[in-house]
Design a protein around this ligand. Sequence first.
Ligand code: ADP
Length: 309
Amino acid sequence: MNAVVVEHLSKAYGKTQALDDLSFQVNEGELYGIIGPDGAGKTTLFRILTTLMLADKGTATVAGLDVAKDFRAIRRCIGYMPGRFSLYQDLTVEENLQFFATVFGTTIRQNYYLIEDIYRQIEPFKHRLAGKLSGGMKQKLALCCALIHKPEVLFLDEPTTGVDPVSRKEFWGMLLRLKQQGITILVSTPYMDEATLCDRIALIQNGRFLQVDTPQNIVAHYPSTLWDVQTDNMHALLDDLRHYPSIKTAFTFGAACHVTPQENTCPEQLMAYLTGKGHCHISILPIPATIEDCFMVLMSKQDNGRQRI
Ligand code: ADP
C-alpha cells in the first residue's frame, strides 16, 4: 500500500493558486523530499495532508485514510512538525513531551526507544523552558513531540530552516535512522543539499511538481554540459555571460557561475569572449550537475513556458 496518495489536488487563496492539480504517491517506508523555494506550495500541501485544511479540488489519502472524511483517524496515525516552532514556549522540555504523549493517549516510556537517540541530546536541558532553547534544540524537541505516539507517517515542514549547519546535518542523520524503523517521512526543504539524502524528491514550483525521481536520476539526466566559470571580476561576470549568445543559462552558485553552453560551444570560445570583455584569471571547468542546477533549468523552462503563454 502507498503511504500517501494524492490525486489532482488544487488549492487557491483568492487569486493565488497555491496547489495546481497535483498528483503523486509516496511508498511505505520512503523518505520523500518536497524541494522548492518559498511560496512554492509546500506548507499548503502539508496542511491538507495533515487534515488542517481542505483542498478545493482533488483527493488525498494518508495511510489509506481519506484526508477529508477520516481526519480523526489520520490525526492519530501521523506526526506533524510544522515550519514554525509549534511547542508550548512556557512549558519545559519534559513537560512538552509529556503533554504530547498524554494527548495521544500514550506515555513517554512506551515509545521512548523511538526518540531516545534524539531526546538524549536535549535531556540535560529537560527543565528548561522550550522558549529558551536554541534553534537546533527546539527542532529536536519538536521532532520528539511529533514522534512520541509512534506515527506511521511523519510530516516535517522545513524542519531545518534557520538551523545551523551542524544541527542540520545531525537532524538528517536522525531522519535516516527513523526511516530504518519503517516510518514513512515526507519532508520539505528549500535546501537543495538535503535533497540528496531522500529516496525520492519532488521539485515543486508554483504549486506544481516539475519533476519526481531519485536524486541520482535527476542529476544523471541533466540535459547538457555544465561549466563552473570564475574570473577576477565576478561582479560583471553574470551579466557578461547572459549577454553571450552561445550560452543557454548562467546562474550564480556561491563563489562561481554555473553555465550551460549551447551545443558545439567550446571553453576556448567563452574564454576569448570573456577576455575581450576585460576579465582576467578566467577558469572554466566542466562539472557534474547538482540538484540545484537541475532545479534552475526546470524553473527557467517553466518561466519561459509562461512567458510564451
Ligand atoms: P511554501 O510553504 O512553499 O513557502 P505556501 O504553501 O506557504 O508555500 O504558499 C503557497 C502560496 O500561497 C504562496 O504564494 C503564498 O503567498 C500563498 N499563501 C499561503 N498561505 C496563504 C494564506 N493564508 N492566504 C493567502 N495566500 C497564502
